[in-house]
Write a protein that binds this ligand. Sequence first.
Ligand SMILES: [Mg+2]
Length: 221
Amino acid sequence: MRALRAVLFDLDGTLHDRPATIAGYLCGHLSRFGLPASYAERFTELDDFGYRSKPEVFAALVTEYRLPHDPAALLADFGEHKLAAVRLMAGAHELLRELRRRDLKLGVLTNGRTELQTAVVERLGLLPLIDDLLISEAAGVAKPDARFYGLALARLGVEAPEALFVGDSPTNDIVGPQAAGMRAAYLPTGHPLPPGVVPDFVLTGLSDMLRLVPWAADSKL
Ligand SMILES: [Mg+2]
C-alpha cells in the first residue's frame, strides 16, 4: 500500500456542517416571512442536501403552502442571509491541523459556484489550513468526472493511490474517487449508501478519521 501523502475533502456536509447551516438559516427565514414550523422540515426535504436548485425548492414551497410571497423574494432572502449562518463541522479545524502536522497535503474539492463556495470556505476559516481549494465552476468540470479528481491530485503533486478522499456523497465522494484510483472515506451526513457502493472507510464523525484510518495515522511511521 502506498503511503498516504494527501487528503482531499468534500465541502458541504463534510467540512461545512450544511445541515446546521440550513437549520440556522431557516430560523431567521421563518420569522422574517411569518412561516409555519413545518415549512422548515419541508424545505429540508425538498432541498435534498443541497442537490435541488433553490428556485425549484422555493417555487414548490410557495405552491404547497399557498404562500402570498413571491418565490423570488424567498430566494433573494436565501442569497442574502445564508452565508451569515454557515457552521463548521465539529472537529474540522482540529483534524486539518493534525493532518498537516503529519505533513499531509490537504485539498478541498467541491461542486458549486466559485463565488459562493469561496465565501463559505473563507467564513469557515479553512483557507489557512489547506493547500488547495478547487471549485467545479472555476475548473469547468465537476464531480464525479474523473478529470476533476485528476486535476485536484495534480495541483497537490500526488498520485491517486497516495490520496484519500473524504466526503458524504456516495456518487461524488466514494464512487468517483475510487474510480479515479483513490481510497474513499464516507461521512454519513447526507445521502445513504446505495447497494454496491463500498467505501474503504466509514466514519461516524469527522473527528473519527484518525482513529478509524490507521493507514493515515501510520503515514509518518
Ligand atoms: Mg457533500
